[in-house]
Unconditional design. Structure first.
Length: 260
């Protein structure tokens, strides 16, 4: 069997609530990009170039190899299956650590491909839980499933909540964020994506430290961007009002956690 999994990149436009006074945190909104994208080929047929008895050969960036190994190990243990003689080749990739959601899309692509090989029937949300993504923002796993514009409602927060602290998705073991709203993006909206040649954005320990140092966000800031999202961002998508959408984004980029 030979097939390809394709997954889009995404722009995560903001987290919504890093205050937690109402017993929920996180939440977010963003949309999928057609390009750049992952294209990953799976091949377990006889013409696959794998030595007999090997689990797989991975043709892709070295930093992703450990993730493939871990997902295969989880799948074998959880579903009592055995993976052998698989050739996994990254044909097209999303640059890492530049804000396009590359890790989530890669992990979900691998999980989806491995499920397809063994006819394992999981929802995308269940796959996201398996690969431990979506624990802060649910945008990545939702655009993997259906593209377009998505808005999620985050996680319950507090002593008995899904989360008890403010941490990024890369460090969170919480279940994937609660989905809420999806809408197709206006077809005539083009995105000019510029990636400056500067120091990459925060990730791993640096990102965790930012969450710890700058939260909770003042409630009035959360209220301001929630108002913009509900009464300006969402109607702009539905009404295809690019000027209003852009004005709201400009405001959000200078308030709340985006300001940090």
């Amino acid at each position: 069997m030979r097939f390809q999994i394709r997954s889009p990149s995404r722009l995560h436009l903001s987290l919504i609530d890093l205050n937690g006074s109402l017993g929920r945190i996180d939440g977010g909104f963003g949309f999928a990009l057609d390009n750049p994208k992952f294209v990953i080929e799976f091949n377990d047929s006889e013409d696959s170039i794998v030595n007999k008895g090997e689990k797989f050969i991975f043709n892709g960036p070295d930093e992703y190899l450990k993730h493939v190994q871990l997902i295969i190990s989880k799948m074998e243990s959880k579903f009592n299956v055995k993976y052998e003689n698989i050739n996994i080749t990254v044909k097209n990739l999303i640059l890492p650590h530049v804000g396009l959601g590359s890790k989530t899309q890669f992990l979900l692509s691998i999980a989806k491909g491995l499920c397809y090989l063994k006819k394992i029937n999981l929802t995308i949300r269940e796959m996201a839980s398996l690969v431990e993504r979506g624990g802060t923002s649910g945008i990545g796993y939702q655009i993997f499933e259906e593209g377009g514009f998505v808005l999620d409602l985050g996680h319950s927060y507090g002593k008995n909540g899904e989360k008890t602290t403010f941490i990024p998705s890369s460090a969170s073991k919480a279940q994937p964020a609660m989905p809420f709203f999806h809408h197709i993006m206006p077809e005539n909206w083009n995105v000019l994506l510029l990636i400056p040649n500067v120091k990459q954005g925060a990730n791993n320990i640096e990102e965790r430290n930012i969450f710890q140092d700058y939260t909770p966000i003042p409630l009035q800031d959360v209220e301001k961007i929630s108002h913009r999202i509900l009464m300006q961002i969402v109607p702009s998508i539905i009404n295809k009002d690019l000027d209003n959408f852009a004005e709201a984004l400009w405001f959000i980029n200078n308030h709340c956690f985006k300001k940090v």
